[in-house]
Write a protein that binds this ligand. Structure first.
Ligand code: NAP
Length: 340
């Protein structure tokens, strides 16, 4: 797509929250590659991150500010001077078993970001990184069903507050509920307020692929990597759709820049994949590794059709001239590069 059709011209400055995170660092990388300036928020300074981007893209294109909490709206406003767009990724990924410690602040964070953005005349676009877990995709369905654009996982919201739900299931429900309530809050805010900017959300599924820096654990990819040393923790993450991290970053950029994309949920669902697929891929990529555990015995093959992912494919093609989502095998190979 030609630059003059972008909602923000190259050279504009974009705020990326939680910039040291796995996906956010790729969002920063993609923006810098396209000629944007980026201000990242971090909870504590991360000099290695500044060094990494400075060495790759030169001085003065990336800076960081410390923002340990999103509770103080006027503090957020102070950091928005000179900012033209926002991509909000920072969230609670602790998988805590306490809904009160997670859900309210995650919702407050996007609310305050939107309120603060509305005080700034320069901000034209806000993108929220939501999650596939906001849809019923969290529950695999072997019989097949369809997931539509406006699907929300209401079951997780109930389970998050239900103390009778087994703890491992509840932790996931609490995370999902925080993402659902935050995304709904954003859409509600956009409908009810006089808005000076456009808003889109991106819903990544289980994200895998390259980890940009050794200081970055890699979130979902970090857990997948640990299968190489026999750690089975990844198997407790119930995902049925995987996506490449660089594709997610690109779709965030589409949500920020594509003039034809307004008020959309962008479904970043690359491939229907479960642990029965991942383990053979890992064994093929690392044939000498005998520590890779067998997949769980009770894996269900999900037959859900994610209708809006076609739109995401079209956006990747239109904006980045990329024919399709990256294959999960290629993503996993990138994600374990340098590891035995
Ligand atoms: N990975 C996936 O498969 C996946 C799938 C769907 C959606 N997502 C979404 O993608 C976004 C990024 O996730 P990620 O996988 O890249 O995780 P990540 O690498 O763990 O990044 C999370 C970021 O959020 C920050 N953060 C955590 N708790 C915070 C708090 N209480 N206050 C302020 N910042 C906080 C972290 O800061 P610290 O480093 O200081 O802790 C880090 O910068 C999240 O919104 C997540 O829900 C991820």
């Amino acid at each position: 797509m030609e630059n003059d059709a972008y909602a923000l011209p190259p050279g504009s400055r974009v705020l990326v929250t939680g910039a040291n995170g796995y996906i956010a660092s790729h969002v920063v990388d993609t923006l810098l590659r396209l000629g944007y300036l980026v201000r990242g928020t971090v909870r504590t300074q991360k000099p290695w991150l500044n060094k990494y981007f400075e060495e790759k893209y030169g001085a003065e294109v990336f800076d960081t500010i410390e923002l340990a909490s999103f509770d103080d709206q006027s503090n957020i406003e102070n950091h928005l001077h000179g900012i033209d767009g926002i991509i909000h990724l920072a969230t609670d990924v602790s998988f805590s078993n306490d809904p009160k410690a997670v859900i309210p602040w995650v919702v407050r964070a996007i609310h305050n970001m939107l309120e603060a953005a509305a005080q700034s005349a320069s901000i034209k676009r806000v993108v929220l990184v939501s999650s596939s877990s906001t849809t019923d995709n969290l529950y695999p369905d072997p019989r097949g069903r369809e997931i539509h654009q406006d699907n929300y996982n209401e079951r997780a919201v109930k389970e998050a507050w239900d103390e009778t739900i087994p703890e491992s299931k509840r932790r996931m429900a609490i995370y999902a509920a925080s993402k659902i309530e935050a995304e709904k809050e954003a859409w509600k805010w956009m409908e009810s307020e006089e808005r000076s900017f456009e808003f889109n959300s991106v819903l990544p599924s289980f994200t895998v692929g390259k980890v940009l820096h050794p200081e970055i654990f890699g979130s979902t990819m970090g857990h997948l990597r640990k299968l190489l040393v026999g750690d089975r923790m990844a198997f407790s993450l119930p995902e049925q759709w995987f996506v490449d991290v660089e594709d997610v970053a690109k779709l965030c950029v589409v949500g920020l820049l594509d003039e034809g994309v307004k008020s959309q949920r962008i479904f970043a669902f690359g491939e229907q994949t479960n642990w029965n697929d991942v383990v053979p891929i890992l064994r093929e990529l690392r044939p000498d590794n005998k520590k890779i555990p067998d997949p769980p015995k009770d894996e269900i093959r999900d037959r859900t059709e994610i209708l809006p992912r076609t739109r995401a494919q079209i956006l990747l093609r239109g904006f980045f001239d990329q024919s399709d989502f990256t294959s999960i095998k290629e993503s996993i190979a990138n994600g374990i590069e340098g590891l035995d």
